[in-house]
Ligand binder design. Structure first.
Ligand SMILES: [Zn+2]
Length: 385
């Protein structure tokens, strides 16, 4: 199995070349916008047809190389398929294929064809990137100009992933609101600081939205980027720690399958703050980060159905009825059957781990010996999923 990842390296661009790169970026954006216009007018989403419709005109008017134009067509078609409404392309990046991009491993230079000539630029590259690029002959990349004015090359690299194999150990991970993540190995990432920051952003956003001036719009945009980067950084850190722990002890990671959670949670009468917390893309991103890091590390990941994970006792497996929430007292889960008192999130994480073991090793008897009473409910739900 292989996994494609993008390796980002900073380029050292001499001052005299900046103008030429910017000219190429502008040309590429112009080309994309021209192609987009035609695609919308002709209602065409097909790359080959679009090529016939636009290639010569675009090449002539922008002065780009042939492969740049082909990449521009691909970019437009890709964006149209991915996003419903594409408005305008800005001169911030250009897609490159093997004809206009080369990586030279011996001295870590990249060759890039610009509008007028081909240039070789040194990469500022760390050990992490070096290891990923070792022995690779990458065939596609994206040249990006960041807001800081620095240039980066994002190289697409195909990596062979180690076989995951089945492991008996399972770490259950409960994603919650009080704590971002809690594991069945008693680790928790506290969410209060994150939530406080998010709430603060939310308040500032609300006050800015009520003003509706040009300045406030600009500030809003900057703010949303800042909040997203803050969250992304935290998710990278948590996912890395989860994958490292699983790798070290040779365990599988188990998560709840939350793909339907938005629907089900929004049907319940809840206040605005709670809804905003649940509908956040952060959990989705965290699971995505874990998944790709796990694949690269050879750590298996399984998803289990979320039903009953929080209302089941992780010791006696008694399932508590939802009504009245008799099993829950604030942060504490209290079993009415065997008397277990445990942190509610840890209890859920343990249940996820137990279910994960069933998913991971259906032939083993982990579940059959703990099966008892209402837990069959658990399994029938699981079998449907
Ligand atoms: Zn119990």
């Amino acid at each position: 199995m292989t996994q494609t990842i993008s390796v980002s390296c900073k380029l050292q661009v001499p001052v005299e070349l900046r103008q030429e790169i910017d000219r190429t970026l502008q040309g590429f954006a112009d080309a994309c916008n021209q192609i987009l216009e035609v695609a919308k007018r002709e209602n065409c989403r097909n790359a080959t047809k679009l090529h016939h419709l636009t290639y010569y005109t675009v090449k002539l008017t922008t002065g780009l190389k042939a492969n740049h134009v082909c990449q521009a067509i691909r970019r437009v078609v890709g964006n149209l398929k991915a996003v419903k409404q594409v408005h305008k392309f800005r001169p911030t990046s250009i897609s490159l294929d093997a004809r206009v991009f080369t990586y030279r491993e011996s001295d870590q230079h990249v060759g890039i064809t610009l509008m007028s000539k081909r240039v070789w630029l040194p990469c500022k590259i760390g050990n992490y990137q070096l290891a990923l690029l070792r022995g690779q002959i990458p065939t596609s990349a994206t040249l990006v100009k960041r807001r800081s004015g620095d240039y980066y090359i994002q190289v697409a690299v195909e990596l062979d992933t180690p076989p995951t194999g089945k492991t008996p150990k399972v770490i259950g991970v409960d994603l919650g609101r009080r704590d971002i993540a809690t594991t069945s190995t008693h680790k928790a990432w506290n969410g209060s600081q994150l939530q406080a920051t998010r709430d603060r952003y939310s308040r500032v956003r609300a006050s800015l939205q009520s003003k509706r001036t040009r300045g406030s719009k600009r500030l809003l945009k900057r703010l949303s980027g800042k909040e997203a980067r803050f969250q992304t950084n935290i998710n990278h850190s948590i996912s890395r720690q989860l994958v490292n722990e699983a790798k070290t002890i040779g365990a599988t990671l188990a998560f709840e399958d939350l793909s339907d959670i938005r629907k089900s949670l929004n049907t319940q009468p809840r206040n605005k703050t709670e809804r905003r917390r649940t509908n956040n893309w952060a959990f989705y991103q965290l699971r995505m980060f874990v998944t790709y890091k796990a694949v690269l590390a050879g750590v298996p990941v399984v998803f289990v159905p979320p039903a009953y994970t929080s209302q089941t006792c992780s010791r006696c497996h008694h399932v508590h009825p939802e009504q009245g929430r008799s099993y829950r007292n604030g942060k504490v889960f209290k079993c009415g059957h065997c008397g277990l008192e445990a942190d509610a999130d840890s209890n859920a994480a343990n249940n996820i781990a137990t279910l994960g073991a069933v998913v991971n090793q259906p032939e083993s008897s982990v579940m059959s010996c703990v099966l008892e009473g209402q837990l069959s409910l658990f399994c029938s739900t699981f079998n449907q999923g």
